[in-house]
Every structure is written in structure tokens, then in C-alpha cells.
Design a protein around this ligand. Structure first.
Ligand code: PEP
Ligand code: MG
Length: 916
């Protein structure tokens, strides 16, 4: 019977892999992460100092047997040691040519709390003497020796660090030296003796001079550390299983401080900041790893190694290339050169900036190292987000912080950097931005819907109240304006038009800088770096690959007749300029044009008000006739911008009172007029007040709006449909390919569609006939009321498309009013774990999502080719996008600024769930 194998040399990783059945994750569990990696590098022909791994199984057996090595294990460790002696040409414990090793723990997952490292195992009085002679450097050897006694004492036998530190400082004080570098060989020798005495004092035994005793004890110490309190606590906190055990790695010591043919360094195989394909790192000749990190001496740029040690450098270059090919990613490596011979001590995937990540992914795909799909998967939607917003110059940030100009910190609600002069209300913000061309930061305690004009004119928004889902945060994200909310240090005094930030007074018109990516607020102007998508060619390439992935038929498993391509990405855009931006960001459709936004424009609002307040149908029609040309030209611009792509135009949605002055305002005006006797316009205002009062609703968001409004006042939507089709006809004649889709909001029952849709379709047909043009169009509805979702099968008999209005659908499914929820309790709900996330940002899959799934399934029972999209804010959220992919949406529609993020997220969803 063959004996159980507990010990694997680094060059036996194949055997280990065979023993566990081939899966690399299992190898990592068996040899630990570090051991597996050292073995893997050895297998790839990378020069790794010879060594071996004692398996995690051995650790578990040891612990199980009441701290006894399993049978044969120690024998195998001794045999492995012989092999290492062979490989290195040195001998463990031989004073004439001693082999020194380190012992390192290594579980499957890297884990603080376990025993880490003991260096220089194998030194004792004899080998130290011999090595000093051989190297001609007693100082170096005795420094190494005292380190072994110290580490062995503290790491293996738990002697407190201070026990060594105190005599060390006392020694230096006595000698009158400050730094270790001033100590001589004799000093280190004497300190080694002192440390041995400390060791004796604390353990009652002598420091073990026998190298094999050192090896045995440190192997045991690693095993035991698996059950040390800190390790157990860490595993509990990180949810790591207690059944894994840790491996022990015994690695030959190599020294970078053996003279000027030796050295040590760290490097990235590509530039971690820019992604450029060029080594990036530092080294020091005649130095130890710590010297590079500690910055005691000035390091050299890695490229200079070519002059110092050309052969080692060339080999290093080759190895870096080999490592990249092997791991198929940029590596962060540590190396040591001992007497001209290069050794690799570690390699791992290197951390990098978003910019560098994109360049590296695209370059590696071009180089054939990875596929386009892998390149796409390597970039996260958040990284894309970062790349599209202006950023502060990092050195300027550090400087500002050093100078105490960071004045507040809040919630990073909408990413990007903004610099401007502060104003405390929306009107003034807009005025200063538009008329004086100033860069404005709008500062408010919180914002409301009637602040939006100021927010849009501003470069940035700062509020002292509210969280990630407050009105300010949501609007800012929607429009891509950098925003920090809930900066509680700021006390705004709207009367005095200033704010007090921890005693510092900042006045209206003063400059501040707001970092929406981090939530920091700075006093004064900070330089920014503004990226544009057009200039980021690597990102464009990556996004094109993402589109190609989604456009491939068959990428999505689907029932017969459902879309088998991935999701398309459309955008929500109200104006032609938004649509053009959406196109430039890669949107291939407009999923929502909120037509009512156009009614708010200055010259139109009075006409809209006249239309609303009309006493007779003729008066109303007259006002609508005036509005029609405006709407026609708006739509015309949209069709032109979206030549060849679908444009969904939603008919009027909000309650009419939103277009009228508020009741409170009017009442105040009327009372003032009466009191002051300035009564010229009193009668007019009183009438208006009466009208507004007559339209009062106790809960307008659930009252007369959406399709309900269209049914009680069809003239408005009739005008809108005429405008849509006249615009489409006009553009068709001009050679544009139009694809209008008319969307009816807030449907709750199919009977509503039965009532309104045929009237509108008649108008469409009339216009086409009048204009003598023909183009395809659709009539469809939003699904934003739970009743619509559960009766989707009937609704789809009339509606030719569905678009999920998940803002309203979430409100109505939860029974939350969004504004109230976000202001009052949502944060608590998320903090308390009652809700996993804010459902207004990420779709609640169990509730709202369930309704969506039902809608798609039932809707396609009536109409198998039913087009399904989403135009609520969730359309730009990566998790929600994945969900839309899974339930069979054709597209997602989001703010133009989020289109690149959505394109990447759509491709991720497609790849994650594809069969291929
Ligand atoms: C929605 O409800 O999700 C939607 C898109 O409509 P609005 O946000 O305009 O109510
Ligand atoms: Mg809605």
C-alpha cells in the first residue's frame, strides 16, 4: 500500500493536482493559496527558490490527533529537505555551506491572524560562524541570526515583542546610536546573545540550536495557529470555514544583500496607473526587501537594472512576460537577485486604476492573451462610471487635504468633480450660471422638484441633509451632475446667505470644490481632469465589444418567439440635445420622452395654463392649437437625432396642478392685495385661486393623471399624437427613417386602453393620409400599476409594447410614496436590514420583480413578439439590468449618462447567463 503523501515539493504541483482530482480550487484548498501559487510558478518554469508545502490535510490530521504529526509526515518533510539540499547545493545545518529556509503559513484564503513567517531557519552558533566566513560578512549574518531568535521567540513561542524591543533600545542608547545601520557585526552578535537570554527567560528552555528542531517547532506552530483565537475570530467574521486547515511552506532563503551582484525589488508588469505595456517598479542593489518598502534608501527605477545587472534584467523581462501569459493578467511581482541569480518570490494579480484596467483588458485582447468577452468581463460598471466623470487631480487633492481645505464630508451621491461659486437657491443658481456664465455649486439643506432648474444649471450640488436616495441625489444622478448630500457639518443660514462649516464661514459667491465620487468638500478651486468618451478609445473599443456580445442571436436562452439576443440599451431623453448625447454614448433608441417637461418652458407655460383653465372646449382647443407647433418641432428634432432608431414618446402624465401656481402662493398674493389695497389684478388672481382650489386633490399622484387625465380631457393627448405623427411625417419626407412609438402612461385596466387608443390611432392614420406618408409605428403602455402587471395578458391584446415604469411600480407595490420614504424611513430600513437595498435604485426582485416577470410572461401569451423595456430609474442600475435580461426584456432605457455603464452591464448579464 502506498503511503499517504503529506508533503509536496514545489515541483510536484502536478502530483498534488492529480491527488485532488484536477480542479485548481481544490489544489488551493489542499496546498493553501501561497503553496499552490509557488508550485504553479515552478511548474511554469519560473525560478522560485526551492521548497515544499506540507498540506492542509496534514494540519487537520495533526489537530485531530491532539497535536501529533500524522504518521510519515515528518519523515516526508525530512526527505523533502534532502531534495531541497540537492536543488540548492547547500546543506541544512552544515557550517561550511548552510541552507537557510523560511517557514510560512498559507491557507486557501489569505488570512490575517495566523502565524505568518519565520525567516533564517537553520542558523545557530556554528552555521552562523561558517556562513559569516563564507560570505565575508559577519554583520549581515548576525543581523539575520538575531532576527531568527526574535521571530522564533515571538511567532512560534508567543514571547511579547516588547521583550525583544526593550533590550534592543537599551543597547542602542548605551552605544549612543540612533539607527540600526550604525550597528556593527560585534553589536549584532552581542544582541543575538541578549535575545537568546530573553528567550530562556520567557520559555524556560534554550533557543533550539538544532536546525531540525527549529523546523519541527515552526511547522507545529503554523498548524496550531489555525486554531488561534485571532484566526478563529477572523474566520467567523469573514464566513470562512473552520474545516480548511492551513498549509506550511518551507522556502529556501535568498538574500538580496549579499553584495553588488545582489538586489531586490517589486514591479508591476504594466503601468498600474495608465495601463501602458511597460514594466513599472523599483529595486535596490545590495538590499533586503524591507529596505525597498521602508524607503530608507532611494530606490532605482526598474529599467535601470539593465545597466547594473543586464543578464538578470533580461531574465526578469522574460519572466514577467511569461507570468502574464501564464496568468493572463497584469502581475504584481516581488523578486530577489542573489549573487547574480534571479529568484521570483511572489506574483499576484496587480491592482490598478479604472483607466489602466480598461487599457490592459483591451490590449490583452488585442495581443490574443484573452478573448474580447473576458476583456469585457474584467471591467466593472463602476469603473466605467468613474471614467466618465471629471476627476480631481490626485496631487491637488492631497495638497488640499494637507492644507486643511477639506471642510466637510457627506454621502457621495453622484460621482464626478465640480468646482464653482456657491448659491443658496435655485433661481439665483440658474441666473448666475445662465446670465453671468458662472460655474455654480448649488447649496441647499435639501432640494425639491421646483429646484430642478437650478440643479440643472449648476456644475455641482451640495446638501446638508438627505441620503443617497434623496431628491437631490436622484436628480443629480439622472442628469450626471456631481453631488454630495447629507454633509452634516454644514450649517446653512439662508437668511444671511452663508454657511458655517465647523466655525468657518463660507459666503454666497465663494468658491468650493465638491467631489461626488468620494463625498468630500473642499474650500477653493481645485484643478480637474475632464474625460470625454470620444477621447477614450480603449473604452469605446470595449463598449463596442459589449454591444457585439449583446447583439449575437442565441446568447440568451428564451422561449420560442422571445428575444434571444442580449439587451439593447436605450435612453430616456426629452430634448433633441439629450437624444444626440444618448446616441453619442451608444444608445440605440429612446425609451422615454417625458413630454410634459416641454410644457414647463417659459413661453409655453402660459399657454398650457390657459389650456388647463379653459371654460369651454373651444377655448381649450385654441390653446392646444398654439401648443401643437412647439410639440411638433420638439418631436421632429428627436426623430432626426434618432434616425433609424425607435423613439418612445409618452403622452402627458402628471396631474395638471403641477403646471399651475400653488394654492398657498396664490392665497398669499390675494390676501396681500386685499390688505395693501393694490387691487388691479385682484379679480384675476381670485378667479385663478378658485380654479386651482376646484382642482385640488388630496392625493394627486394617485388622482387625475396619466391615462385617467387623457380620458377626462382627451384633447391634450389628441394634440400630442397629432404633433408626433406630423413630425414623423415631416422627417420621413426629409429622408429620415422614423420609428415612433406612442406610450400611454399609468394604465390600470385594459378598458382604459380600449377607450383611448383607437381614438389616437385614428389620428395617426389621419395624419399619415393627409401627409401621404407611411411608416411603422406602435402604440403601447407603461406597466407601472400592479393591476396592469397582473392583467398583462389582457393589456397586451391592445398594447403593442410594454415599458416598465419601475419608479411608480415600486411606489405602488410597496405602498410607499417615494419622497416620504426616502426622507423618513428608507435609510433606517436598509440599515436595519429590513430591505436589502433601496428599492428605488435596485429592483426588488421578489416583489416588484415578480410582477415584472408575470407581465412579460402573460403579455407574451397574447402577443409573442411583445416589445418589453424598462424606463424607470432602475434601467441604469447593473443589478436591475441583469434582472431585466433574465425576465426577457428587449431593452433597458436609462439616463444618457448611464448608457455606457448599461451597455457594459447588459453584456455582463448576457455572458454570465449564456450557455456558451
Ligand atoms: C416610472 O414611473 O418609472 C416612470 C418612468 O415614470 P415617471 O418617473 O415619469 O413617473
Ligand atoms: Mg411613472
Amino acid at each position: 500500500m502506498s503511503e499517504k503523501k503529506w508533503v509536496y515539493l514545489f515541483n510536484e504541483v502536478d502530483k498534488a493536482q492529480e491527488a485532488v482530482g484536477g480542479d485548481w480550487e481544490d489544489v488551493r484548498a489542499f496546498l493553501g493559496g501561497k503553496g499552490a501559487n509557488l508550485g504553479d510558478m515552478t511548474r511554469a518554469g519560473i525560478p522560485v527558490p526551492p521548497g515544499f508545502t506540507v498540506t492542509t490535510e496534514a494540519c487537520l490530521a495533526y489537530l485531530h490527533e491532539g497535536n501529533k504529526f500524522p504518521e510519515d509526515m515528518w519523515k516526508q518533510e525530512l526527505e523533502a529537505m534532502k531534495e531541497v539540499e540537492q536543488l540548492t547545493g547547500k546543506k541544512f545545518g552544515d557550517p561550511s555551506n548552510p541552507l537557510l529556509v523560511s517557514s510560512r503559513s498559507g491557507a486557501k484564503f489569505s488570512m490575517p491572524g495566523m502565524m505568518d513567517t519565520v525567516l533564517n531557519i537553520g542558523l545557530n552558533d556554528e552555521t552562523a560562524e561558517g556562513l559569516a566566513e563564507k560570505m565575508g560578512d559577519a554583520r549581515f549574518v548576525y543581523d539575520a541570526y538575531r532576527r531568527l531568535v526574535e521571530m522564533f521567540g515571538s511567532v512560534v513561542l508567543d514571547i511579547p515583542d516588547e521583550a525583544f524591543e526593550h533590550p534592543m533600545s537599551a543597547y542602542k542608547a548605551k552605544k549612543g546610536v540612533k539607527s540600526d545601520t550604525e550597528l556593527t557585526a560585534e553589536d549584532w552578535k552581542s544582541i543575538t546573545e541578549t535575545f537568546k537570554a530573553v528567550f530562556r527567560e520567557h520559555t524556560g528552555t534554550d533557543f533550539p540550536g538544532d536546525p531540525y528542531e527549529q523546523l519541527k517547532l515552526s511547522t507545529e506552530a503554523v498548524f496550531k495557529s489555525w486554531n488561534g483565537k485571532r484566526a478563529v475570530d477572523y474566520r467567523n467574521a469573514a464566513g470562512i470555514s473552520h474545516d480548511l486547515g492551513t498549509a506550511v511552506n518551507i522556502v529556501t532563503m535568498v538574500f538580496g544583500n549579499m553584495g553588488w551582484e545582489s538586489g531586490t525589488g517589486v514591479a508591476f508588469t504594466r503601468d498600474p496607473a495608465t495601463g501602458e505595456r511597460k514594466l513599472y517598479g523599483d529595486y535596490l542593489l545590495n538590499a533586503q526587501g524591507e529596505d525597498v518598502v521602508a524607503g530608507i534608501r532611494n530606490t532605482e527605477k526598474i529599467q535601470n537594472l539593465e545597466n547594473d545587472l543586464p543578464e538578470a534584467y533580461q531574465e526578469f523581462l522574460d519572466i514577467c512576460e511569461k507570468l502574464e501569459v501564464h496568468y493572463r493578467d497584469m502581475q504584481d511581482v516581488e523578486f530577489t537577485i542573489e549573487d547574480g541569480k534571479l529568484w521570483m518570490l511572489q506574483t499576484r494579480t496587480g491592482k490598478r486604476t479604472a483607466k489602466s484596467a480598461v487599457k490592459i483588458a483591451v490590449d490583452m485582447a488585442d495581443e490574443g492573451l484573452i478573448s474580447n468577452e473576458e476583456a469585457v468581463l474584467r471591467i466593472s460598471p463602476d469603473e466605467v462610471d468613474t471614467l466618465l466623470h471629471p476627476q480631481f487631480d490626485i496631487s491637488a487633492l492631497n495638497q488640499a487635504e494637507d492644507e486643511g481645505r477639506k471642510i466637510a464630508h457627506g454621502v457621495n451621491a453622484s460621482p464626478g468633480a465640480a468646482v464653482g461659486q456657491i448659491y443658496f437657491d435655485a433661481d439665483k443658481s440658474e441666473l448666475k450660471a445662465k446670465e453671468d456664465g458662472q460655474d455654480v455649486i448649488m447649496v441647499r439643506p435639501f432640494t425639491k422638484p421646483d429646484d430642478v432648474h437650478g440643479m440643472l444649471a449648476a456644475k455641482g450640488i451640495l446638501t446638508s441633509e438627505g441620503g443617497a436616495t434623496s431628491h437631490a441625489a436622484v436628480v443629480a444622478r439622472q442628469f450626471g451632475v456631481p453631488c454630495v448630500v447629507g454633509a452634516a457639518d454644514i450649517k446653512i443660514d439662508l437668511e444671511k446667505r452663508q454657511m458655517d462649516v465647523n466655525g468657518k464661514i463660507v459666503k454666497e459667491g465663494d468658491w468650493i470644490s465638491v467631489d461626488g465620487t468620494t463625498g468630500d468638500v473642499f474650500l477653493g478651486k481645485m484643478p480637474t481632469i475632464a474625460p470625454s468618451l470620444e477621447e477614450q478609445t480603449d473604452l469605446l473599443t470595449l463598449l463596442n465589444w459589449a454591444d457585439e456580445i449583446c447583439a449575437a442571436p442565441g446568447i440568451r436562452k428564451a422561449p420560442e418567439g422571445w428575444p434571444t439576443k442580449g439587451l439593447e440599451v436605450w435612453a430616456n431623453a426629452d430634448y433633441p440635445a439629450d437624444a444626440r448625447r444618448a446616441r453619442s454614448y451608444g444608445a440605440i433608441g429612446i425609451g422615454l420622452c417625458r413630454t410634459e417637461h416641454m410644457f414647463f418652458e417659459q413661453e409655453r407655460l402660459p399657454i398650457v395654463q390657459r389650456m388647463i383653465l379653459a371654460d369651454t372646449s373651444e377655448e381649450r382647443t385654441a390653446a392646444l392649437d398654439e401648443l401643437l407647433p412647439y410639440q411638433r418641432s420638439d418631436f421632429s428634432g428627436l426623430f432626426e437625432a434618432m434616425d433609424g432608431y425607435p423613439v418612445i414618446i409618452r403622452l402627458i402624465d402628471p396631474p395638471l396642478h403641477e403646471f399651475l401656481p400653488s394654492e398657498e402662493e396664490l392665497l398669499e398674493e390675494v390676501i396681500t392685495m386685499r390688505v395693501t389695497g393694490k387691487t388691479e389684478r385682484l379679480e384675476e388672481k381670485e378667479e385663478l385661486l378658485e380654479d386651482v382650489q376646484s382642482m385640488h386633490e388630496s392625493n394627486p399622484m394617485m388622482g387625475l393623471r396619466g391615462v385617467r387625465l387623457s380620458i377626462s380631457m382627451p384633447e391634450i393627448v389628441e394634440m400630442q399624437v397629432r404633433a408626433i405623427f406630423e413630425a414623423a411625417a415631416e422627417q420621413t419626407k426629409a429622408g429620415i427613417e422614423v420609428k415612433p412609438e406612442v406610450m400611454i402612461p399609468l394604465t390600470g385596466t385594459v378598458k382604459e386602453l380600449d377607450w383611448i387608443q383607437p381614438r389616437l390611432e385614428r389620428i395617426a392614420a389621419d395624419v399619415m393620409k393627409e401627409q401621404d406618408v407611411n411608416f411603422d409605428y406602435k402604440f403601447g403602455t407603461m406597466i407601472e400599476i400592479p393591476r396592469a402587471a397582473v392583467t398583462a395578458q389582457e393589456i397586451a391584446e391592445v398594447a403593442e409594447f410594454f415599458s416598465f415604469g419601475t419608479n411608480d411600480l415600486t411606489q405602488m407595490t410597496f405602498g410607499y410614496s417615494r419622497d416620504d420614504a426616502e426622507r423618513n424611513f428608507l435609510i433606517t430600513y436598509v440599515e436595519e436590514g429590513i430591505l436589502p437595498k433601496n428599492p428605488f435604485q435596485t429592483i426588488d426582485q421578489d416583489g416588484v420583480g415578480r410582477l415584472m416577470r408575470i407581465s412579460v410572461e402573460d403579455g407574451r401569451k397574447s402577443r409573442v413578439d411583445l416589445e418589453v423595456g424598462i424606463c424607470g430609474e432602475h434601467g441604469g442600475d447593473p443589478d436591475s439590468i441583469e434582472f431585466c435580461h433574465l425576465i426577457g426584456n428587449n431593452y433597458v432605457s436609462c439616463s444618457p449618462f448611464r448608457v455606457p455603464i448599461a451597455r457594459l452591464a447588459a453584456a455582463h448579464a448576457a455572458l454570465k447567463h449564456s450557455n456558451n
